[in-house]
Design a protein around this ligand. Sequence first.
Ligand code: NAD
Ligand code: MG
Length: 380
Amino acid sequence: MKKIAILGSTGSIGTQTLEVARENGDIEIVGLAAGSNIRLLEEQIREFHPRLAAVWSKEKAKELGERIADTDIRVAAGMDGLLEVSTLADVEILVTAVVGMIGIRPTIEAICAGKDIALANKETLVTAGHIIMPLAKEKQVSILPVDSEHSAIFQSLQGNESRAVHKILLTASGGPFRGKKEEDLLDIRVEDALKHPNWSMGQKITIDSSTMVNKGLEVIEAKWLFGVDVDRVQVVVQPQSIIHSMVEYVDGAVMAQLGTPDMKLPIQYALYYPKRRDLPGERVDFWSLGKLDFEKPDMDTFYGLKLAYEAGRAGGSLPTVFNAANERAVRLFLDRQIKYLEIVEIIEDCMQAHQNIENPTLRQILDTEAATYDRINSRR
Ligand code: NAD
Ligand code: MG
């Protein structure tokens, strides 16, 4: 049995990870953590019998404890709960599927405890990649990508020397507003932005996909996972989301991973790496597909992507500002407090105001996050 724990078990990646565990039958779930959906968490607990469950909200943790009083499963709360789930004895792989940079501390603690990380939580790597990657190397743990593009790159790197990589071709669907110009985006509503053409995901990443900020976060994620400068990561719009990303080598060979859009493939690949397992589901049918399209990303309209390259190039604390401003702005948009185009305007404003800190410590990253939130709050 492979022993795993999941942060964010009630979310899109979390529930699909549990489906993979259910379908394979040889994965033991030792710990589960979620934000506040204790109804679903209770169902998961009763099906998978973890040793520990953690809930971010203290009240909900208490309520869950009462609801599962007939079991011997312990319930923890808050950041302590997340950290406990991340460091549970005998867990081999921690699946980080919480949303946002709240994942930084649990990820660092898990690495220190020797756990391999199946990483979906890109915001953590974007803001603290300079801490996490060297730490993982020191502790000899693997960071296994779950994000579909990074899994595709990882798969395309197998059997090749990383120094033979010329560049990474990171594919993007272009999101629901591909081909639109700024004037078309003035009155975008939450419902419009939540309609992704190819993937069904959590709300925050769905909004990020529509602004292409998600692709920007992924450029910086690729920089850390694969040790390349952001300028060697080229975004290619591939509207059908069949090519999940590619690697171009020094001899001009391009390796790609293709498949129908299904997050269970990258999740399962990370959990069983380097082995492949059966995975039922739709296959790519080239006859019905007919053709694949490619486009350049429109970085003038979707300039959040341009800002991400700037942040990734500068490094230091600027990627934290990029990410934190986006996290807050997306929240405000989802709460209907700001207009769609203000999301990226807020990111740009916060980045311009920031004094970059080189090589920030964890404390400085969290302070930068708080200062970014303060700036956004004070200007409203
Ligand atoms: P989601 O919103 O569907 O789920 C997030 C999960 O995290 C939920 O279980 C929620 O309860 C939990 N959570 C949130 N805040 C928490 C907290 N403070 N403490 C404990 N638990 C907390 O999000 P998602 O779409 O599954 O995305 C999760 C991560 O994976 C994100 O970083 C996203 O960018 C990345 N990702 C997602 C997909 C996808 O297909 N959904 C693809 C690639 C990468
Ligand atoms: Mg992705």
